[in-house]
Every structure is written in C-alpha cells, then in structure tokens.
Design a protein around this ligand. Structure first.
Ligand SMILES: Nc1ncnc2c1ncn2[C@@H]1O[C@H](COP(=O)(O)OP(=O)(O)OP(=O)(O)O)[C@@H](O)[C@H]1O
Length: 551
C-alpha cells in the first residue's frame, strides 16, 4: 500500500463541510467512531489521484489516444464557453462545449427512453426486468446505460431514489454473467472462471445487501450465486469459502471486507472489468482511505504489472462512481482516475473537464447571491422534486412529543427519524412506545441479526417509526417511507439531502420535518440557502401541520 500525505486525503472531503460554524461531531458508522474534519483544506494540494499512486502519466497518454472519439453531450449549459446549437427532437436543448479538450458531437441520445428495449439490453435481461416489474427506465438510467456501453468511465449523479442502482447494474449484467449479450455466433458463453468481472463497493453493510438483492432479483433463483456479498459483520471464512466454491462474477461489499479478503489473496480481481463506487463521496472520505487505496490499486490490474508503469498494463476496467451528492473533490479525483470520464445526470451527459468548481454538481460550495438559480438547480439534482420541507421549533425535552404530533398531523405510516447519538435515540424509542406508537431503533451498536430483523419489520409495516442515525441516511430504500424527521440536525447540507432522500422515492410524495431548538434555526436557514429550497417554519396544533407565515 502506498502511503499518501494526509493533506491530500483531507482534501477529498474537506469541501463537504460548508462552514466552520456547523458542529464538528464524531459520527458512528456502524459502530465505528469517525471524526469529521472541518474545512481544514489547503486549496493548493491535489485530491487523492492516480498521480499520487504513480499512475498519472499512463492515464494522460490513454486520454490523448481517445481524444478524437465522438462523444455525446446534452444540456450542459454549465460547460465553459458553451454554444447552444439547437433543440433536439426530444425537446432537450443540445449544446456544443467549446474549450474542452475533446471534439464533441451530439448524437440523438435515447434520453427518456420509453422502454428498456430502446437501450440495447440483451433479451434475457429484458425478460428479467419485465418479470421484476421494471417496465420503463428512469431518466438517469436512459442516460447512463448507453454511455457505459460505450466504454466510458462515468460519475453518475442524480437525486435520491431516481434509480441509480439499476443505472449501473444494467450495463454490467449486459456484459457479465448469464444474462449477457450473445456473442457473434449467437452463443451466450457464460462460464464460471476464477476471476471476478465486477466489484461493487458500498459504504455500509445494509446498502451492500440491498444492492445484492437488486442483482439477485434480476439474476433469478437459479443464477443468484453469480453475485456474492462481501460485507463486514458477516463471517469472513464463509465468504471466502463461497468465493472458492461458487466462483461469482460479481461481488458487492464494504471497503474493509473487500480489501481484507483481497489482501489475503482470496479475491482475484486483476482482470475485473467494472469497478463501481456507490456513494462515492462517502467512500472517498477519511474513514475508508486505506481500504479504498487497496481496491483502486488492485481491481482491474493485471498481475505482475509494475504499479508505476503504463496504464496499458491495466485491464480495461471501467470505473463507475455514483452518488446523489458529488462535491468537486470527487470530480477532481474521478478526472485523474478515470479514462475519458463523463458526468452522467438525468437528461445530461458531459465531460468531467467541463465541470467547474462552482458548477451545479457541487452543492457544497456556497455561491454568491446572484447564483441562486444555479443553487436551485443543484438542489433539484440532489433532492427528489416532490419533497416538501418544514422545520418546527421545540425545546429539547419536547422534541419526541413534537415528533409524535407531527406523525399524527401528517397521518404518516412509515417514518424515519434521525438522531445523532445512540443513547438519546434509545430514549426516544422508549418514549414513543410508552405513548403507544410502534417504534424501533436501528444503529451500529446492534448486532447483525437485530439490524436485519428491524429493517424487515419496518419494510413490512410492522414498525411505524424507525429511529436511527446517519448510517441509514445513504442508500436505504424503503419505498413506502412518507415522512423523514430530523430530531437532531444533520452535520451539513449533504447529510440533509441524503436523510431527506429516504422519502419521496421514485416520484412518490414525501415530507421532511426538522425539529430543532430556537438557537439552531440559523443552521436550517443555511440549509435552505445551500440547497435552494424553502424550509418554512411550522407547528402541529389541533392535529394539523400549520405553516407559520414569516413577518
Ligand atoms: N425503472 C424503474 N422502474 C421502477 N422502479 C425502479 C426503476 N428503477 C429503479 N426502481 C426502484 O426505485 C427505487 C429507488 O432506486 P435506487 O435505490 O436505485 O435509487 P438511488 O437513486 O440509488 O437512490 P439513493 O441515492 O438514495 O441511493 C428502488 O426500489 C428501485 O428498485
């Protein structure tokens, strides 16, 4: 493992905290304490890059070779020196970016495809999608699938609950495993081999398991061993045994466990073709730095290759980075890791080189007052459009009661309440239960089984209020969740966006209520500004939510 100077590591997440006035807290990530670093960023230092690992020159060469490729580009009005060229047949404005390295041409991109078959997926995969009840691709899927098919490294950014998981799984399953496209002679030549074809990394066990279930849904019962989970908290020797016996083509896991098994020589990923970093901004945070180094260094590298040698010694790995929130530090890292990388958003594909530090991908950097439209656009890209946001002021000792009144006022059936500390979280569950509301706790101090059982009960509707901490903020997909409540404030607007995104998934209605004390209202105001959304004050009286008009 190559050591990196700590200043470089800091920069990866230094931009994720908007202000030194926000609380600098220690967080628990599944039982692990992690410290958030606040704005100690030296802008002169680069991000965690391949050059820091000794690979940069190789990538530069590859990029030059690919420079003349025809690319697809859509509504990238944020690109530098852009020129509007016309309006495409689908009503989407098309733009030619001038001043970026590559020559860019626009094709008739299948954005907003009416069916999955328009995306060029193999027949067997189309059948499985239909069986699983997926009929129409979401916008981000329509944009991502053809782009990944073309061999690009991509950063996929789209709001929470917009279907980013299938956006990367579909191209992978089209090329890897038993559902893949047939070869020229018409044969589907899937055979088990020693090497892994796709590695999907997620920051939490629960998210990893959720991705595994999504893959299994499409593989069907007979082929479900083609995917293998490698998450922490589960028995490692059993995972290693399963790898040996089942020879899966796809592994999904948490950074620590993947790195551990890889270091033990039990995970063969040198000819791996896809590396997915789901919740990439979290994965590139300080918590995961060593494990992520190992993964980025080993996945897709041919054995025997000199780590400082040419990129040609690497297998043709496609790196797919995914999140609803993509700070500029991630764009910078992706530019240096990726070969010819593109940013894929719903209805938009653009080269990463065209993304500006103050551009709309970076929702973290407060922009000046005149940039409010850009801020709004940024928020719309991270938050589901149908969400309604409110805040309610309450004394600390009345917060749980306010939550209870909020649930009744909105007649919410499936509620996620976020808190920051386990002890207070347990107290809140106790108080809710004492008042006759079925509630359960979910946090990293619970055992693996307890966590799975609680989640299952919540998804089945047996639990009305799930009181949890930051670990459930990312990726957790509970379709019926109709209310998110912040009983404690999130650390920053990024964390607000991910918590809020547990409701209003895939176009459903959802409400987010932040219950805070009077001195904390300025933080809520800050979130409003940074996210470009109104979060009006409200109170719960006579069983109703009443918005308080501002003077
Ligand atoms: N084309 C589709 N048609 C119907 N349902 C879909 C489609 N694509 C995804 N879904 C479902 O929508 C839900 C949200 O998808 P997913 O979890 O991939 O969203 P996401 O964008 O990754 O969210 P987050 O940013 O919170 O992780 C899932 O239950 C998924 O199965």
């Amino acid at each position: 493992m190559l050591a990196l100077p700590s200043t470089r590591l800091l920069l990866l997440f230094g931009e994720s905290l908007p202000s030194s006035r926000l609380p600098n807290v220690s967080r628990k990530v599944w039982g692990q304490t992690s410290v958030r670093f606040v704005s100690q960023v030296n802008p002169d230092n680069g991000p965690l890059t391949l050059s820091s690992l000794g690979f940069k020159s190789g990538f530069e060469k590859t990029n030059k070779i690919k420079a003349d490729k025809i690319e697809r580009l859509d509504v990238c009005n944020e690109a530098p020196k852009s020129k509007v060229r016309g309006v495409g047949s689908n009503g989407i404005k098309t733009v030619k970016a001038v001043g970026v390295k590559k020559s860019l041409e626009i094709e008739s991109a299948p954005f907003s495809a009416k069916s999955f078959s328009e995306l060029g997926l193999p027949p067997l995969l189309l059948e499985r999608l239909d069986t699983a009840g997926f009929t129409v691709p979401t916008d981000v899927q329509s944009a991502a699938v053809p782009t990944i098919f073309k061999g690009h490294d991509v950063v996929i950014q789209s709001y929470t609950g917009s279907g980013k998981t299938l956006a990367y799984l579909l191209p992978i399953l089209s090329e890897v495993g038993p559902l893949k496209k047939k070869s020229a002679n018409g044969e589907s030549e899937f055979e088990k081999k020693k090497e892994i074809d796709a590695v999907i990394v997620a920051p939490s066990r629960e998210l990893g398991m959720q991705i595994v279930r999504e893959v299994e849904k499409l593989l069907g019962p007979t082929d479900k061993k083609v995917v293998q989970q490698l998450v922490g908290g589960a028995n490692r020797s059993r995972q290693e045994e399963a790898l040996k016996k089942n020879k899966p083509a796809i592994v999904v896991g948490t950074p620590g466990r993947i790195a551990e098994i890889s270091a033990a020589g039990k995970l063969h990923t040198h000819s791996c073709r896809f590396l997915v970093l789901d919740e990439v901004d979290e994965l590139l945070s300080f918590n995961f730095r060593e494990d992520m180094h190992r993964i980025l260094e080993h996945v897709g590298r041919r054995s025997g290759a000199d780590p400082r040698g040419s990129i040609a010694k690497w297998a043709a790995r496609r790196t797919i980075m995914v999140s609803a929130t993509v700070p500029f530090s991630v764009i910078r890292a992706a530019r240096s890791w990726g070969s010819d990388p593109l940013l894929v958003q719903a209805k938009k594909v653009m080269p990463l080189e065209a993304v500006l530090p103050s551009g709309p991908v970076n929702i973290l950097k407060p922009t000046s007052g005149s940039d409010s439209s850009m801020r709004t656009q940024a928020a719309l890209q991270s938050l589901p459009p149908a969400l309604k946001h409110y805040h309610s002021v309450a004394k600390l000792k009345h917060k749980v009661d306010t939550l209870r009144r909020c649930v009744h006022a909105l007649d919410a059936k499936c509620v996620i309440a976020f808190m920051n500390h386990t002890k207070q979280l347990k107290d809140a569950v106790f108080k809710l239960e004492a008042r006759g509301m079925v509630a359960a706790e979910l946090h990293g101090d619970l055992g693996k089984l307890a966590r799975s059982t609680t989640l299952k009960k919540f998804k089945n509707g047996e639990v009305r209020v799930l009181v949890t901490n930051e670990l459930s903020a990312r990726g957790l997909d509970v379709a019926d969740c109709d209310l998110v409540v912040n009983l404690d404030l999130p650390t920053d607007s990024i964390h607000y966006a991910h918590r809020a995104g547990r409701t209003g998934r895939l176009g459903r209605k959802g409400t987010v209520v932040t219950i805070c004390e009077e001195p904390e209202v300025f933080v809520v105001n800050k979130f409003q500004k940074q996210l470009g959304i109104p979060i009006p004050a409200c109170e719960f009286t006579e069983g109703k939510l009443n918005v308080i008009e501002e003077d």
